[in-house]
Design a protein around this ligand. Sequence first.
Ligand code: ADP
Ligand code: MG
Length: 348
Amino acid sequence: MESIESLGEFGLIKRIAKTITIKQPTTKKGIGDDCAVIDTTADNLKVVTTDLLLEGIHFDLTYCPLKHLGYKAVAVNLSDVCAMNARPQQITVSIGVSGKFTLKAIDDLYDGIRAACDRYGVDLVGGDTTSSLTGLTISITAIGEQRTGKLSYRDGAHENDIICVSGNLGAAYMGLQLLEREKKVLHGDKTSQPELKGYEYILERQLKPEPRTDVVDFLEKIGVVPTSMMDVSDGLSSELMHICTQSDKGCRIYEDKIPIHEQTRKMCEELSINPIVAALNGGEDYELLFTIKQEDYQKFQSTPGPEIYAIGYVCDKDKGRRLITTGGDEAELQAQGWRFFSSNTSDK
Ligand code: ADP
Ligand code: MG
């Protein structure tokens, strides 16, 4: 196989461009000119979001295969678009690559990027390519759209709104704990095989998160616009703090209503971690956390669709932000993010 060096920057871009087909009607020009060209539609608003991922800080190639990394890098950006209640349509991908990478590695990365684009009907319309001194850098920008008046911001939660989440929490974090444990085992003993059996679900949640475009579609179908919304990237506790702070409100959530997968519980037991702590502070689940008016709640129950869990309600700011435990005690919520657990895991 050719090397990146012999192919050169333009050869590499050509190689990437060759594999891309345009799907979105709003994409008027993709890769190949100085700019991509995107149509604007009357009455619609565009949303734009960017993420920067650095090797050794945000990802570790020892246990995150490049194809998964490509997929995940796109997925988390699309998740931000969903968190505005918008639909993703285009992305740009910029990469900085060091000499240690082979052409095969870049192909793998773009296989993952393309798989995510195909799955979510998003066009890769441009980017930038440069060499780096060490490691891999990936920056992705996603562009999406929603009709005026249908976007959900972080600051719109009202007193008595119901707090909802679109799926179980803590699984991605426990998947990461499992991978880190196995990495340590591997470093100590080259002959041992990772013991990942029975934990496929939490591994998938860590390695292959999915943006909840289906939830955005469902909200449209039942005619509900969340009063506020975020995606769970840093952990439920931290995201709730953002919504409460920006909306100038307090909240109550119930321990026994927070959805936690059985594999998450099992891994927690093995590593002596309280599952509720993993759910509150774990992060990277990329579920949607949102608030809705009380009268909208019955619309979720009367139409079949993705499972939505009501976990609490919004209250006056003076009442604080609290977790009501299964035993009936109240605990103050704190935005601890990852840091609650250890200082050497990836952070964002
Ligand atoms: P410029 O010199 O204007 O930055 P480039 O030669 O870098 O142009 O890029 C040429 C075209 O290829 C542009 O449309 C750009 O968006 C696209 N492109 C460059 N790098 C990538 C990449 N890594 N992935 C996707 N598209 C890319
Ligand atoms: Mg360029």
